[in-house]
Design a protein around this ligand. Structure first.
Ligand code: F6R
Length: 609
């Protein structure tokens, strides 16, 4: 995700900005840039690529010499990674850096174009720069305030006005931003690590508050432009802890980042309430051609495929086969021209998935990659590409990559169903609107279920083995829950279609064996409950993850522990239901003394067979 920095003080501003940006590299980026006041003019240098490329460019074109400036590392959302799309962006009298997504940028851009404004980049950020310039009345705070009233979405902004060469302004809504202070100097940054080498003292900016940084120090106003006093905080983290944003492990940090990750992934792909994947090379005309779909992937990414099968078949009425990449590549699969093969991969470098994709291409299929790592091999070689915009996933156990893969699969399924005339435009809009509510629903689950999951995890520590069961989408999700638990806790676990238990697996049930049941799909809940009763009567301890509606109808004693999640559009329930399963896995690992970020024997990117 993008990183923002800013500086006002006696040091060489360009050096401070680049150095601070290196501490935000862990957030992931594809381009970088800085803008610094030099002799009262704003001088901007930016480039696609790494910070090393920016440093080379600064040497080549000359480093801006000054003491006030802003800097940025960009993780592309609107528009491809390129020099021109890199930040900072400018209007005639304003230069800004931005993290987040302006949801209504198209409307705002149309308005500005109608006023005769022209744009250089494809970014939503340039729209904000131009809007600030359009509304500029000589008073920066009033100008920012009036632009805030127009913006929808999440954002953090670092802003410089040409007429105020000794100042940097900062504002945020939902996206993170802190203001660091030291003797005679001040900073803005997306995260604490960026400022730790200069100061440990910082302020947390609240939504719509505006900070002004100048050589006199830092001041704040609220959304009514009234001056406010803020509490100074002191970071007591070391650099490593700071990169984890204060969380003890990357896994739990990444679980907490999921609401933002979903939003960042879906919002740029929605136009006028409908999915829009044109930028990814996907059009309604193209989608109409496909008669068969195969989803090929490994591990967690394959589990996304399992959810995808249920959703695509249900909505678009096209047969979907899900295949494990290491099996597919050696099986002489039936695939030919006119088929679509979807490859899902966080790293984009998984050897088996890459080989499977090459095989599918060789056999004439069209390939679509759903990938998180920018510029990875699978991303480069696929015919069509949708990036999940989860940001870098550091913990080995995949969490936010999975949830963003699900989000993309849903958008794709909605668009496909529309292309195949299986849903009306109105129904498609309704589904898209339900998807846009999922970040909030996931946040609710994180806020309300963590303590319960933490408690239940204490009951799992001594288990030798456990089962995950569910039906339909809940079964697809159980696979992911089971994998998550086993990979970080090292407890043996299996997932089963609940109705399949009686055909053999029920013989494993013995006194005290934990069975985690997922029940979010109304039409099969009574069936799942019967399966729960069967295993419970044989001594299983039942942990039930179900909707609040289901929980209300439960008879006493059916489950030993119930984790309730809010009921939302049923097709989308895996997005919220996976969260307690991830948290359960995390705390079980912790209770067993394991490092959940680096489970034994596992690698983040499996680039060998
Ligand atoms: C589990 C996990 C793995 C990966 C699998 C595929 O938490 O992370 O199962 O999902 O190794 O990796 P990618 O998605 O990089 O192809």
């Amino acid at each position: 995700m993008c990183g923002i920095v800013g500086y006002v003080g006696p040091r060489d501003c360009s050096d401070v900005l680049v150095s601070a940006l290196t501490k935000l590299e862990y957030r992931g980026y594809d381009s970088a840039g800085i803008a610094v006041f030099e002799n009262n003019e704003i001088k901007t240098v930016k480039t696609q690529g790494r910070l090393k490329d920016l440093e080379d460019k600064l040497k080549k074109v000359g480093k801006p010499e000054g003491h006030v400036g802003i800097g940025h590392t960009r993780w592309a959302t609107h528009g491809e990674p390129s020099d021109v799309n890199s930040h900072p962006h400018s209007g005639a009298r304003v230069t800004i850096v931005h993290n987040g997504i302006i949801e209504n940028y198209i409307e705002l851009k149309e308005f500005l174009v109608a006023q005769g404004r022209t744009f250089l980049s494809e970014t939503d950020t340039e729209v904000v720069a131009q809007l600030l310039d359009y509304k500029y009345n000589g008073n920066p705070l009033e100008t920012i305030d009036s632009v805030l009233a127009e913006l929808k979405g999440s954002f953090a902004l670092g802003i410089m006005f040409k007429d105020f060469p000794d100042k940097v302004f900062a504002v945020r809504r939902e996206s993170p931003l802190i203001v660091g202070v030291a003797d005679g100097e001040s900073f803005i940054a997306s995260d604490v690590p960026a400022i730790l080498q200069y100061t440990r003292d910082y302020y947390l900016l609240d939504h719509d508050e505006i900070a002004t940084l100048s050589s006199d120090g830092v001041s704040f106003v609220d959304e009514h432009l009234q001056p406010i006093e803020k509490e100074l905080k002191t970071a007591d983290w070391d650099m490593e802890a700071a990169e984890k944003g204060g969380y003890p492990h990357f896994m739990i940090k990444e679980i907490n980042e999921q609401p933002t990750a979903i939003k960042t992934t879906i919002m740029p792909r929605i136009r006028n309430g409908l999915p829009c994947l044109e930028e990814c090379g996907i059009t309604l005309e193209k989608l109409r051609e496909f008669k068969n779909i195969t989803i090929v992937a490994c591990g967690t990414a394959m589990h996304t495929g399992m959810v995808g099968k249920y959703v695509i078949e249900d909505l678009a009425r096209i047969p979907v086969t899900v295949d494990i990449a290491s099996e597919y590549r050696y099986r002489n699969p039936i695939v030919s021209e006119g088929d679509l093969v979807i490859i899902i991969s966080q790293s984009g470098e998984t050897a088996d998935s890459l080989a499977a994709m090459r095989l599918a291409k060789q056999k004439g299929a069209t390939t679509l990659a759903i990938v998180n790592a920018k510029g990875s091999s699978i991303a480069r070689e696929a015919d069509m590409l949708i990036y999940t915009l989860a940001g870098p996933e550091i913990a080995v156990a995949s969490t936010k990559a999975y949830i963003t893969q699900l989000s993309v699969v849903y958008l794709f399924a909605f668009e496909l169903a529309l292309a195949k005339d299986c849903v009306s435009e109105a129904e498609c809009r309704r589904l898209v609107s339900a998807l846009t509510k999922m970040p909030e629903a996931v946040q609710y689950v994180i806020d309300n279920c963590e303590e319960k999951c933490k408690y239940i995890a204490t009951k799992l520590v001594t288990a030798d083995s456990l089962l995950y069961i569910g039906r339909g989408l809940d079964y697809a999700l159980s696979m992911e829950g089971s994998l998550k638990l086993k990979e970080v806790s090292y407890i043996h676990s299996e997932s089963y279609a609940a109705g399949e238990l009686k055909h053999g697996t029920i013989s494993l049930i013995e006194d005290g064996m934990p069975v985690i049941s997922v029940a979010t799909q109304t039409d099969v809940i009574p069936k799942t409950i019967s399966n729960i009763v069967e295993v419970k009567s044989r001594g299983a301890k039942i942990i039930l993850v179900c909707t609040d509606a289901c929980a209300r109808g439960l008879k006493d004693g059916v489950a030993d522990y119930v984790i309730e999640i809010p009921h939302s559009e049923e097709l989308l329930m895996p997005i919220t239901a996976v969260v307690p399963l991830q948290i359960l896995a995390y705390y079980t690992a912790i209770n067993r003394g394991n490092d959940p970020d680096k489970p034994r024997n596992l690698a983040k990117s499996v680039t060998v067979e």
